[in-house]
Design a protein around this ligand. Sequence first.
Ligand SMILES: Cc1ncc(COP(=O)(O)O)c(C=O)c1O
Length: 485
Amino acid sequence: MENTNSVQFFSGENIPLEMHKVRMVQRLHLPTVEDRLRAMQAAGNNTFLLRNRDVYLDMLTDSGVNAMSEAQYAAMMMADDSYAGSETFFRLSDALHEFFGKDYFLPAHQGRAAENIIASAFVKPGDITPMNYHFTTTKALITRMGGTVVEVFSEDALDSSVIKPFKGDLNMEKLEACVQAAGASKISFVRIEAGTNLIGGQPVSLQNMRAVSKFCRAKGIPLVFDASLLADNLFFIKTRDAECADKTLGAIVHELSELMDIIYFSARKLGCARGGGIVTSDKALYEAMREFVPLFEGFLTYGGMSVREMEAMAVGLRETLDLEVINQTPMFIAALGEALQQKGVPVVTPFGGLGCHVDASRFVEHIPQSQYPAGALGAAIYLAGGIRGMERGTLSEQRRPDGSETFSEMELVRLAVPKRVFTLSQIKFVADRVGWLYENRNLIGGLTFEEEPSTLRFFFGRLRPIGDWQEKLAAKFLADMPNGL
Ligand SMILES: Cc1ncc(COP(=O)(O)O)c(C=O)c1O
């Protein structure tokens, strides 16, 4: 584990010590396994459809649920509410300029709204968009404009057991071959996703960003950087890349930012607020995107965001440059990953950002991909502990135009670790319940669709278990934990 705590334990124990204290709390409730079974079935076996009151630990995502600092809350009180020309906009623009060093800022209400603007401005029918890996909304929005996403991930990126420091890197040979085959004029842009959401939160190296940027500039292809998961990626660049050990986090961000033509982000993740935006220093690119902001989002000085959130974002971005702030999530993920590994549970290694990723294809080997192993495991983890994770596998894919399934290259259940939200005992509880489930994994069965939306089906599709495996799993839980908790 990359323990970057400045305080070490005399005992030598490797414990991720919190560099914050909790000053506002939310009461939690752990339903019994009988209630969990009822809630899961009412939610169509889709963790997105659970009600929060039925969830003990919400590890669905870090999006918009990171803990905010007192300075962020204080800044929210100073927001300047006006439709046009708000001072809040200029304060946020300044903070973004300081953070990324880019000249222009276009606000958007969240990450996918920024993606919608970029896809609307630059993707034409028949275009190809190469990237290290797709994100669900990114792919859907590019496909909607008639483009095709081509993934050029690095060797071993999809092998959850291979340990390499930067498994999010783009494979340069695959990128060159893709551009060669399509012709540079058919490439809308190349996209690098920091902290690769769907393949285990694996980071991209600065060296790889340099190589991709050099290639794109030589070919005249814009390079777009999705910085939504930059905080974790930054932590890994700082701690895994010897060249960056002595650089400040701010200097690293500026260095990588200079390599990119357009940077966008979900501020539900980066900056621990709720919103998003796009920055660039290229006036022509800025002007090509600008018209879509009032069309889709709102006026240019708020872009669909609340001014309070914009103020919180400005402060949150500055706090992202503090290693003791951004180390909390990766260190807790590593603590969870190590505890799970000790119980034999297969997890994505090396431990990445965003969450601990359980490898469903190895956990429930007996469930075929057509029965959604990661979805089934996600439902089972909820039954085992009231823990809400997120399926990141075949359910999160779209069917092909002919209706056939796109089997995902990885079948993962992501147990997100939102920034500074959980305590270490809660993390240990998760390891305990997932460990129990692993011992009883043969009881877990597959799922089948009852209602399947045609787009982004994982959000509100409903499924039912194949057979009565959930009742059997709940009965085994009660035999082992008679109070049902
Ligand atoms: C890498 C990445 N890009 C884009 C998005 C979309 O952001 P939002 O949820 O704010 O629309 C996300 C959200 O999870 C993400 O992880």
